[in-house]
Design a protein around this ligand. Sequence first.
Ligand code: HEM
Ligand SMILES: CC(C)=CCC/C(C)=C/CC/C(C)=C/COP(=O)(O)OP(=O)(O)O
Length: 308
Amino acid sequence: MATTAPQTTATLPTEWRDFFTLTKPRVMTLVIFTAICGVLAAPGSIHPVLGFTAILAIAMGAGGSAVLNMWWEADIDAGMKRTMNRPLPGGRMRREDARDFGIFLSAVSVGLMGVAIGWLAAALLFGAIIYYAVIYTMWLKPRTPQNIVIGGGAGAFPPLIGWVAVTGDITAMPILLFAIIFFWTPPHFWALALFVQSDYAKVGIPMLPVVAGEKVTRRQIMIYTLLLAPIAIAPWYIGGTSWIYGSVAVVLSVLFVVLAMPVFTRMRAEVDAMTPEKTLFKYSIVYLFVLFAALVADRVAAYQGWIA
Ligand code: HEM
Ligand SMILES: CC(C)=CCC/C(C)=C/CC/C(C)=C/COP(=O)(O)OP(=O)(O)O
């Protein structure tokens, strides 16, 4: 007997575009960019094909872990305006397909890195994937307002992995690159969280502004921004780069502090449009792009003999 089955997500056609969206391509541009810079700025040489393979593996691993994040958070995403139209809450894809795609991308990325580049870089990539998809997404994010501080470490791995793919060992410079992104993440995210906090409150995610209030969040943004500045400049004063990177890092970091000041001193009631927070969030992205680009420019200048 023919039945009229209700239209479920299982019967809806899935578009390739949605698989791509699951990898959070916009956020990943900066993740992948920092990985590319890690490869290019590392001392030593790598065959271009291998360099490309390392970057491809990091991109696949980052994308794969983002897919697993979206798979796990489908119900949470359905409750927030910013995320409700993602492929899973939007009902355009089956949950199992997202899960399998995430596992596939992650597994291939680690295997590719191990076979083509080396198992230290592959182990770091595996650690980063577990960090983002399991430690941050499944464990910390729904439990603690410090989720961003601890979990944000996942996003700090890509330049470290890129560097290690070239050199094969972990030295002070790649650790500093890790630390830069680690200390950058709280101001990056909390500035955003200040103007989308009602959304997080609705779905019960304990983001700092929701749990501890705006005043604490604003102070934490300021503290992390002040800690970030010397760490961002450190590659220069430990002698890992020249004044080219050093001066860019100083200018960018001073501007970061300047833009964090009004976020620190104001309260929401005073600024309806939340302009200083939006500005700081946008600037955080420019900051990291330009800082890592300066690292590569510095290395190119050294290779060309333009600087001593
Ligand atoms: C736990 C850490 C982080 C959290 C919670 C976080 C959260 C967010 C959120 C919610 C957005 C808003 C837009 C969107 O949903 O696409 C965003 C945007 C963005 N994030 Fe992050 N982020 C984190 C770490 C990072 C890292 C490590 C990077 C790169 C190194 C990064 C790069 C970006 C970029 C480039 C955008 C702008 C995307 C666009 O133009 O739409 N984020 N972030
Ligand atoms: C190599 C490798 C595995 C790199 C991982 C890269 C990484 C951890 C990036 C984190 C950036 C990111 C997408 C945060 C979104 O937070 P969220 O997921 O809480 O944001 P949402 O609310 O938009 O889902």
